[in-house]
Ligand binder design. Structure first.
Ligand code: ADE
Length: 252
């Protein structure tokens, strides 16, 4: 997959995507990331990319001409069509479902805003969709773009060493949160690893993990349970989880 990022801080994007799974995906040629700075397409001695808003008010607005020229260069660099996605707190919430859709595209173009925003005429003419990573305001779209690149990059075929691990993630497959994980040492002053995980009984381990995933989702994100389509067996596991929790809390 190819990702083009229009940003005043292309180095930030490059560095954020250079490490870990996504860095490896780039090394393996599964993901090609290209930063584009609108400032390089600004004219005039100062290479201005922003100006004061019409109507007054605080802050600056990104000029549409450098963005237009930049986007033209981005499109000219590769004939593969790509949606333009503007990172904005006003966008649709980013979900794992959306991440999967984006990951299946051959290419996308991410636009990062700075200052108070981008001239609305550019957004209306050129942007296909807006995405938000949460109900809070960042000082620019770069961190949000890095989030999208990471979430999409790790889903590229061959990026993860163990293809299973993507399926077992929170939200993947069954729409539940992930179960807890443990490694060495099995015994420690902070607590012992649950005995079932050391039992070698694979059916019991799978059941325990499913129950933990159900229980955690119920405790932390009950809204997700409605969507998850639980089976009869799931409901029984969850009931037992709740009963065990009530018993433990009751015992104080
Ligand atoms: N830019 C500023 N805040 C943002 C957010 N919450 N999500 C996406 N882009 C943003």
């Amino acid at each position: 997959m190819r990702i083009d990022v229009m940003t005043l801080f292309p180095d930030f994007i490059a560095q954020a995507a250079a490490v870990g799974v996504v860095g490896r995906a780039q090394e393996r040629g599964l993901l090609s990331l290209h930063g584009w700075n609108p400032r390089d397409y600004a004219t005039g001695g100062y290479r201005r990319v922003d100006d004061r808003p019409f109507g007054g008010g605080p802050g600056m607005v990104m000029l549409l001409e450098p963005l237009r020229a930049c986007l033209e260069a981005v499109r000219a660099a590769d004939p593969v069509p790509a949606p333009v996605i503007y990172m904005s707190p006003q966008g649709a919430p980013l979900t794992q479902k959306k991440v999967r859709e984006l990951a299946a595209l051959p290419r996308m173009i991410l636009l990062c805003g700075r200052y108070e925003g981008v001239d609305e005429r550019f957004l209306e003419a050129e942007v296909d969709e807006e995405l938000s990573i949460g109900d809070y305001v960042l000082s620019g779209g770069e961190l949000a773009a890095a989030v999208v690149i990471d979430a999409v990059g790790r889903l590229q075929e061959g990026a993860l060493n163990d293809a299973e691990s993507a399926i077992q993630d929170s939200f993947e497959g069954d729409g539940l949160l992930d179960c807890p994980h443990y490694t060495q040492p099995s015994s420690h002053p902070l607590g012992d690893v649950p005995a079932v995980l050391r039992s070698g009984d694979h059916a019991a381990i799978a059941r325990w993990r499913r129950q933990q995933a159900l229980g955690r989702t119920w405790l932390r994100r009950p809204d997700l349970l409605d969507e998850a389509g639980l089976s009869k067996a799931d409901r029984l596991l969850l009931e037992a989880y709740r009963a065990a929790l009530a018993g433990r809390d009751g015992a104080g």
